[in-house]
Design a binder for this molecule. Sequence first.
Ligand code: SF4
Length: 428
Amino acid sequence: MRVHLKTLGCRLNEAEIETWANDFSARGHTLVNEEESPDILVLNTCAVTQGAVRKSRQLVRKTHKKNPKAKLVVSGCYATLNEQETVSLDGVDLLINNQQKEKLVELTLDNLSEETMPSMATEPNEVALFSRGRQRAFIKVQDGCRYRCSFCIVTIARGDEKSRAIDEIIVEINTIHQHGISEIVITGVHLGGYGSDIDSDLFTLVQSIVEETTIPRIRMGSLEPWDLPDGFLELFKNPRLMPHMHLPMQSGSDTVLKRMSRRCKTDEFRALVAEARRLIPTINITSDIIVGFPGETDEEWQQTLNFVEEMQFGDLHIFTYSTREGTKAASMPNQVRNVIKKQRSKALHLLAESIKVSRMNALLGSTLDILWEDGQQKNDDGSTTVLGYTPNYLRVKTTTKEPEKLSNHVLSCELSSIENNVFNGRLV
Ligand code: SF4
């Protein structure tokens, strides 16, 4: 879905919408401007003065008037202190009070989402996969895709595969490194197909990046679980290539995969994951699943649940199938009813969450190198909370009195506890 967030008031409100924005993105939704017809609008209101109360009320009214079709979610101090008045304002679909704020994204999606499959199913978008920041840059190395997955509009929208020349990519990486960026994410619509049009391949590209740049961290964006060149996994033995692969599987049922026209069956995926984990024990494998693809039976759905459990993904992006005009799947019979999609999505979210938590628990006590970010939060005791990512892309936070020593640096940290799916770390 297309989401726009607005806030009035204090820095805390601003920080909250930043967190929600990241959370919406991480779940595959697109952040848009108000002019770009958002499906969901989130307003974080304020009540510090009577003026702020008045402005909050006006903001709700104006926003609804300007975006009558968007679903409106209202949170913050004005909404919390004036619940009855807020829900009676025209256009308010959901009120989330300050006590529920931490779960705003989850509650919004539970209550208001009908369709959640992104328009470009395989571009679940590196922005959604990886957060942006001063320390991280996305390097797009190819566009287009030669396949015709039946739910995907990409091939129709983007055309054939087109790769950028290696030299040009290297120059770009060296330039951004000189500008202080420490981590790149290599992205493409069908990244595994890199080089198909220029007599090259992804192995050659990554090897050239490793040899001809000194950027400390290199990440792979979303990779379809096929077309990976020979020796590709071996590249991860280089510590500069971060041990995380996002391999969108889309279903754990071979019959559904066939209807999706996917090029990877469950056995091939199993073998790929097993080999990756054998060669790179710390690798984090994440994936995407589409829930409620046309004709998905109870049995096929159970196969997907079993497969997800077996694969033990470190994280899962779950998309509810939605019809895209112009795709083959749009005209397939036996479209799954929304109520069933919702039930399946909920069950899969629960399973994915429990696997994620158990995999995170297994890492407690380990010491890992974290690239610390500059989006910091000041605490009442004068310390600052700083966030970063482990090499295998797990979120970590720590508190420090000297945040400048962390920002955009790689420093080791012991993972000491877990809070809301984020590790608390102790600098070592
Ligand atoms: S591989 Fe399939 S899902 Fe991925 S971009 Fe190509 S057609 Fe779309």
